[in-house]
Design a protein around this ligand. Structure first.
Ligand code: ZN
Length: 239
C-alpha cells in the first residue's frame, strides 16, 4: 500500500492488517555523468514497493534529500545537514507512531556514514521513548551484504559504479545516459578533504562499464527478498 495513494479510510482498514511502514530515504546527489541525481531514491523506493507486492506493508512517500559529504562540491548534489535529517526523522517517527504504526523501517538508498548515523541516532532515542515501537534502520547495501560480491565483478565497487548503474539499467534504463569511465577517489579516507573535486573529479567509485540490466535484476531481487524477510520479522521482534 502506497501511503500517498490511499484515503484515510483505507489507511485505517490497512492498519488492521499491518502496522508496519517502510519510510524510504534517498538523496539528490551526483552519480557520475551517466546516472540521474535521484538514483538513491529510486533504489530505496522501488525495493520498498516491490517488497510491498509480496507481503503486507505500507510504503511511505520517500524523503528525497539526504546528507552527502564526499560529493558535496559536485554539481548535482543538494545536501541537507545531519541536524536537519535528525529533526525530520524524529518528527516522522512520532507522527507514524501516533497514527498507530508499531513497526517502522527507515530504509535508505544512500549509505553515507553521517547520513546513516543520523538515522540510527534518532532510532536509538525513539525506542527509549516509545517502548511498544519496533524500529529498523538499514541501507540497500545491508540487504545485499551476502551476495553483492557474487554478482558484481568490480572489487571495490561503490558510488555510481557497476552496482548502482546495473540497478538503474534494470529500474529506469531510459534515465541512464551512456557510461562514465571507471574511477576511484584519490584521497585517503581519514583526511577530511576541503577540495573534494580535486581528489574525485568524476564522482564515480567503480566501473560503470561492467554494469548490465541482468545484474541489476539479480541485485534488486536479492534486496527485495531480504526486505520481505525483515518486514515479516520486525512485528515479532522483541528488542
Ligand atoms: Zn547512490
Amino acid at each position: 500500500m502506497n501511503l500517498d495513494e490511499i484515503t484515510m479510510v483505507e489507511l485505517q482498514d490497512g492498519l488492521k492488517k499491518t502496522q508496519t511502514v517502510i519510510v524510504p530515504f534517498g538523496t539528490v546527489e551526483e552519480h557520475g555523468t551517466h546516472l540521474p541525481l535521484g538514483t538513491d531514491t529510486y533504489h530505496a523506493l522501488e525495493v520498498a514497493r516491490m517488497a510491498s507486492k509480496e507481503t503486507a506493508v505500507f510504503v511511505a512517500p520517500p524523503v528525497h534529500y539526504g546528507v552527502c559529504t564526499s560529493t558535496y562540491d559536485h554539481p548535482g548534489t543538494f545536501s541537507i545537514t545531519a541536524d536537519a535529517l535528525r529533526l525530520l526523522v524524529g518528527n516522522l517517527i512520532l507522527s507514524f507512531h501516533s497514527k498507530g504504526f508499531r513497526n517502522i523501517i527507515l530504509f535508505s538508498g544512500h549509505a553515507g556514514g553521517l547520513h546513516m548515523s543520523a538515522l540510527k541516532e534518532v532510532g536509538e532515542e525513539a525506542v527509549k521513548d516509545l517502548p511498544e515501537l519496533n524500529l529498523a534502520v538499514l541501507s540497500v547495501y545491508d540487504l545485499l551484504e551476502k551476495g553483492y560480491g557474487e554478482i558484481i565483478e568490480t572489487a571495490n565497487d561503490s558510488h555510481a559504479g557497476e552496482g548502482e548503474t546495473s540497478g538503474m539499467l534494470f529500474l529506469r534504463p531510459e534515465l541512464v545516459k551512456g557510461r562514465a569511465p571507471e574511477e576511484y577517489p584519490q584521497r585517503i579516507s581519514y583526511f577530511i578533504t576541503r577540495d573534494k573535486l580535486k581528489y574525485w573529479p568524476g564522482g564515480v567509485w567503480g566501473d560503470p562499464g561492467k554494469a548490465s540490466p541482468e545484474k541489476g535484476k539479480k541485485l534488486l531481487g536479492m534486496a527485495v527478498k531480504e526486505m520481505v524477510r525483515i518486514i515479516r520479522e520486525i512485528s515479532e521482534f522483541e528488542g
